[in-house]
Ligand binder design. Structure first.
Ligand code: AMP
Length: 400
């Protein structure tokens, strides 16, 4: 039996779960949320108890310290050395990683080299890695890459229509992200909802503060919305998603800002936050929409439109769909936005859905389509952490 810590450090949150492996039993779990906000949230759950505090959380390093201090303080483990392995979710593995790897100097150097491809997450991953490494020097560390699941895409799905020599020489192509989540969701959808059948067609919608959609055929990724970096695809909390590439040059020219400054804006000040001027958080956007705030209404409409358009694209790409899955922070918790996305896609795709079920299943797993719907629609809470813990266990057994 091994204790394995799965760490999922996102742009504004750090989720963690401590597992007893191979039993996949969760010893404790929680989230450090709204990192960078004065009203940051720290949550820990263990033995059926839960503790929550609201406090200013400046950065990820402080988040890691909160987690380890709580694990010690609540006596969840007698000694932090009982934790044998820490598995870190890494968004971008570029050309280097098609599966999980030991987080050694070489892996760290490659992830550092890949920062230009993921300026938003990679630094947070490395901060998380170092903070855990310092606190738990005897545990082994592994890196689990979100790009690995998308390696099955065909060139027509991952290439950009730029000179092929440039794609090759600079590794400039679509890599996608959230692969660990899409992999989990597709596998669970097939097993628990589609009777384990082969050749199933699933559109998986991981909609959190970062968001991506994935078209999955027979359990394998055929297309995904994020691109070279997690800036591409649908509109997100603070990220723009897809744009005409000329926008960057045009904005530099008109605003006098340089390319780096414009990318900072596209990564951190765009999306729901940029359009609404209210917040990157759908809870705040929903409240502002209900008060009639015009920019929040526009942000919400744009957010829904971009997601609906990708669902349509993937419906065509797959030649239909057996199932649409909603997951992640917004997909699991926001009945308001789920209902609006469903309203946008249902007439064209022959979906019928139950609004009461949609409300009732907030934060829970289950089906929200009606029995006569042409496509099964379900909410499945994602579990990237168990996928990470499974790879931790493999690493401890020497079978990674
Ligand atoms: P994630 O990146 O998957 O952790 O998602 C975080 C985002 O999910 C937040 O920024 C919110 O926009 C959204 N979210 C989280 N909890 C709720 C909730 N209870 N109701 C509505 N939206 C939520």
């Amino acid at each position: 039996m091994y204790k394995c810590m799965a760490v999922n450090a996102g742009s504004s949150s750090l989720k963690y779960k401590l597992f007893e492996m191979p039993e996949e039993q969760v010893i404790c779990s929680g989230i450090v949320d709204r990192i960078g906000h004065d009203d940051g949230i720290f949550k820990i759950k263990f033995n059926g108890k839960s503790h929550e505090s609201v406090l200013p959380i400046t950065d990820h390093a402080q988040g890691v310290q909160l987690v380890l201090d709580a694990i010690k303080e609540y006596g969840i483990v007698k000694d932090l050395n009982e934790i044998s392995c820490v598995g870190h979710r890494i968004v971008q593995g570029g050309k280097y990683f098609s599966k999980s790897a030991l987080f050694d100097k070489d892996t760290e150097a490659k992830i550092t080299k890949l920062i230009p491809l993921d300026p938003l997450h990679a630094p947070a991953h490395l901060v998380g890695f170092h903070a855990f490494k310092k606190a738990l020097p005897n545990a082994i560390s592994i890196a689990v890459f979100d790009t690995a699941f998308h390696q099955t895409m065909k060139p027509e799905d991952y290439l950009y229509p730029i000179p092929y020599e440039m794609s090759e020489e600079y590794d400039c192509r679509r890599y996608g992200a959230h692969g660990t989540s899409h992999n989990y969701l597709a596998a669970k959808a097939i097993k628990d909802y589609l009777g384990g059948k082969p050749n199933t067609k699933i559109i998986s919608c991981h909609i959190g503060s970062g968001a991506s959609l994935c078209a999955v055929y027979d359990g394998k990724c055929v297309a995904t919305s994020m691109g070279l970096t997690p800036l591409g695809g649908v509109m997100m909390g603070t990220r723009s998603g897809d744009l005409d590439p000329s926008v960057v040059d045009y904005l530099c020219d008109r605003s006098g800002k340089n390319v780096d400054e414009i990318y900072e804006i596209l990564n951190k000040k765009s999306g729901l936050l940029g359009v609404s001027g209210v917040s990157n958080d759908t809870r705040d956007i929903e409240a502002a929409i209900k008060k009639g705030d015009k920019r929040a209404i526009m942000a919400g409409d744009l957010f829904v439109r971009r997601i609906a358009d990708f669902v349509g694209q993937y419906y065509v790409r797959l030649g239909g769909a057996d199932m649409i899955v909603f997951s992640a922070g917004i997909g699991e918790n926001s009945s308001f936005f789920r209902a609006r996305i469903l309203a946008a896609i249902a007439p064209a795709l022959g979906i019928t859905y139950d609004l009461a079920k949609n409300e009732e299943l907030n934060h829970k797993e289950g089906i929200i389509s009606k029995p006569d719907s042409k496509i099964l629609v379900a909410i499945i809470p994602t579990d990237e952490e168990v996928m990470i813990a499974r790879d931790c266990y493999k690493a401890l057994k020497g079978t990674l």
